[in-house]
Design a protein around this ligand. Structure first.
Ligand code: GTP
Ligand code: MG
Length: 293
């Protein structure tokens, strides 16, 4: 039996309303929106409100952190979105090769305007707004395109707090704070965003989150969990059994000899986020049936 490990995640603090208004206001000053999705959750990390704001400018979906996601499923998501009329690319925004591909991709979209550049008219440079959920890698991408650090990056959500234009030889990029949206369809989306680090851990109960995580991956990624923690999950084991097994196997014990489930939970969530469990994707286009542009 699958238990319900959803928790009431508080994920729309005041600064997000501000960030969303910033997008609304600035969208008329750009030629294109590049929306970063987390390749492990290409549905849950896609902003359902954004399409409404984008009129007649290209909307590129960048499936970022591809190094952490299952490559076959990433390819399926790209075709899924391209069939719906989006432009798409997948990458690891920390890598130079990825960025060269991205710059070529964007400049090809504006090839008409770029070919009109000549010595008399000023060089045309596409202005790109980089949006996405907190912690998805927007500032990392911008720093990589720039070639050195111009935007603050940390492995927790909520780092960028205001708008910043960054000018590079090929593109002008706008870095903005990460945004989530006030409404969400179900607890699964909230959990997916929390697993991958888009929601501040301060608002989460990590043990509850780890149980939901185990429930999501204990069948499809059983081998990876078994290998990582040197355990042997049986079909009858529930999430609580599994977190107990991880704690015991890792020698995480509290006074009185009981397994330290809290510590095991932190280790599991941390391993997932760092990629130590291997490449894991939480949703496939077939498993989803959602209304989209
Ligand atoms: N594995 C992996 N990690 C990445 C990738 N891109 C970014 N990161 C990491 O993700 C974390 C968050 O990156 P940021 O660039 O600060 O994310 P952001 O979207 O600007 O976050 P906010 O400003 O909080 O909205 C950092 O630890 C980055 O090193 C990627 O492609 N792969
Ligand atoms: Mg940032």
């Amino acid at each position: 039996m699958k238990l319900d490990y959803s928790q009431n995640i508080q994920w729309f603090p005041g600064h997000m309303t501000k960030a969303f208004r910033l997008i609304e206001k600035e969208i008329k000053n750009v030629d294109m929106v590049a929306e970063l999705l987390d390749a492990r959750i290409p549905k849950s990390s896609k902003n359902p409100e954004l399409a409404r704001l984008i009129n007649n400018i290209p909307h590129l979906l960048i499936l970022n952190k591809e190094d952490l996601a299952d490559p076959e499923i990433t390819a399926q998501w790209r075709s899924y979105y391209e069939n719906k009329g989006y432009l798409s690319i997948s990458l690891d925004s920390r890598k130079k090769q990825s960025l060269n591909r991205l710059i070529r991709h964007i400049t090809s979209i504006f090839s008409d305007k770029l070919s009109n550049n000549n010595e008399i008219t000023p060089r045309y440079k596409p202005r790109v707004m980089v949006v996405g959920v907190p912690n998805v890698g927007k500032s990392t991408l911008i720093n990589s395109i720039k070639g050195y650090r111009v935007a603050k990056v940390e492995d927790r959500p909520g780092i960028t707090r205001g708008k910043q234009w960054v000018s590079t030889p090929a593109l002008d990029l706008m870095d903005i704070p990460g945004v989530l949206w006030p409404k969400f369809e179900d607890a699964k989306i909230a959990n997916n965003l929390a697993f991958t680090g888009a929601v501040s851990d301060k608002t989460l109960d990590i043990l509850t989150l780890s149980l939901a995580l185990i429930d999501e991956i204990k069948i499809s990624y059983k081998v990876k969990i078994n290998e990582r923690y040197k355990i042997d999950i049986k079909p009858s084991d529930n999430a609580v059994d599994v977190i107990n097994m991880i704690a015991k196997s890792r020698g995480m014990i509290i006074k009185g000899g009981e397994p330290d489930l809290e510590r095991a939970a932190f280790a599991l969530v941390d391993d997932l986020r760092k990629g130590s469990l291997g490449r894991i994707t939480f949703e496939t286009p077939e498993s989803e049936n959602f209304n989209d542009k």
